[in-house]
Design a protein around this ligand. Structure first.
Ligand code: FEO
Length: 171
């Protein structure tokens, strides 16, 4: 059984992961309506990946005999001025998630809960991948600017993403 402090903090993180999924689903829908199916696909995969993160935490809680508490999911934005602004929002959000995960590690270590610390290390690595991949797309969009042909090509590339092809999803 996890300590009450860790149980509460992980339940909060499950909600953050599900909110992330909701945010990326909203971004996916947004790009679908903007005629950018590749961008929509990329965010749909993010949506799926975030649900997996939530499940990973939930399965761990169950394995430890702790109580999973699913909290309400706050609303998310529904439109973005540009592809760049959506990815910038994603990066800002992932940085918050990284800080949350680091905080969970700090609590686990404070409590000498090394099993939880070990599970959290997967998330520590995952956040490095997440921030890197979003930053890479931001860099590409900054290079591209308003060149329609290049946006079209990037959309084709992002349309290739599958969860299996994404090293960040390997567990
Ligand atoms: Fe589950 Fe994108 O952090």
């Amino acid at each position: 059984m996890l300590s009450k402090k860790l149980e509460d903090a992980i339940n909060k993180q499950i909600n953050v992961e599900l909110w992330s999924a909701y945010l990326y689903l909203s971004m996916s829908t947004h790009f679908s309506t903007k005629g950018l199916p590749g961008f929509a696909n990329w965010f749909e995969k993010q949506f799926e990946e975030e649900q997996q993160h939530a499940m990973k935490f939930m399965n761990y809680m169950v394995a430890k005999g702790s109580k999973v508490e699913l909290k309400p999911i706050d609303k998310v934005a529904t439109s973005w001025e540009s592809a760049l602004s959506a990815f910038e929002d994603s990066l800002a959000h992932e940085k918050v998630v990284t800080a949350n995960i680091n905080n969970l590690v700090a609590i686990a270590r404070e409590e000498k809960d090394y099993a939880t610390d070990n599970v959290l290390q997967w998330f520590v690595s995952e956040q490095v991948e997440e921030e890197e991949s979003v930053q890479g797309i931001i860099d590409a969009l900054n290079l591209i600017g308003n060149q329609g042909h290049a946006i079209y090509m990037l959309d084709k590339e992002l349309g290739q993403r599958t969860l299996e092809s994404d090293p960040a999803s390997a567990t």
